[in-house]
Design a protein around this ligand. Sequence first.
Ligand code: SF4
Length: 419
Amino acid sequence: MNLLRLLAAESNARFIRVTGGTLTLLRRIVGQSPNRSSRSAVLSEDLVEALAGGTGSPTLNSLLPEMERPRRHSRQVKVGDVLIGGGAPISVQSMTTSKTHDVETSVAEINRLAEAGADIVRVAVPRPEDVEALPEVVAGAIVPVCADIHFNHQYALSAIEAGVAKVRINPGNIGKREWEAEVLHVAKDAGIPIRIGVNSGSLERDILDKYGYPQPEALYESAMRHVELCAAADFEDIVISVKHSDVFFMIQSYKLLAERTDFPLHLGVTESGSKETGTIKSSIGIGALLAEGIGDTIRVSLAADSAHEVEAGHQILKSLRLGRPGVNIIACPTCGRLTGDLFTVVQDVEKAVKSMKFEKDLNVALMGCAVNGPGEAAGADLGVSLGRGRAHLFKKGKILKTIPEEDIVPEILKAIEEF
Ligand code: SF4
């Protein structure tokens, strides 16, 4: 659009022929439905004039509601007061790192994660004392608690009795068929869903032997084995995850499930690593699937403070404009044209915006110079472009005023509030 505007302004053209994406975009702006049979169009004199004058510029936000967002159809389950699947907002989950039997620390961690934006928090239940602590943990938590249980059906029964909102357990790992049936029966009576959590690192021996390594079909087969056990017990409140430590395999595994079932999917890359590498791997894996409309709830697994998982989860959703309303910061990478301290500006604005928790869907562009800055900020709702101790403050591509660099943060916050 900016190139087109520049062409209109500098060429004195009365007519411009446009094709492809530019044509589709312009048709949206002028309210025409995209006509696929016509591959190019000549812009009218009026439109060329409007472009040259910089009027009629749409922001990304103004166009997005019209854009199609793919979303896979899935069944819906209820985890406490959080809905998963069936078109519900994509929820963000995390897991505590504290010992569940340390009630005070666990409740504090759950609630800290909830404050950070976690919709559901999972706790590990590996010992009898963890099971005993569950009623107090559930009572103290301000978000639904999911119990993570392996192999022990008694723990699962006690967790459900303790009031957890979901249990992550793989029915096929419980042991006897009657134990599996009992857990599913009690979960059904309590109205809580079960997450079948298949993991590349803990596949069944026979499936590994069959496939040789944890390839996508192997994860799919393992998940469906557990699904079939649930089906035999007439239990359908299922969420499935097929987490893989290899991002490519993870994506392919979820795609198999998405194509062949309509169960809600919990997305995650397992053992993804540190805050830095884990966030990148998770963003690629989870993001690639979400961009195709696959996924109903997400967890970013990091070997780091659990609050980072929640932060990263929301950032992934925000990047795809799938999350809760919020301010999306766009910043240029800077180059040799930079004349101010954009890194500090970006850091300060991000910090301030985060703490203010605005519930407005706005794009705020922070640009490093006045050469490309105004043009690049034009697609955003608000923006600044730096230049020798000063900055232009933009609203929808138009300069509102010039401000000293040190006033950028308060001025941007004020502009967001008043938007
Ligand atoms: S906005 Fe300016 S400083 Fe930033 S990358 Fe573009 S040209 Fe460089």
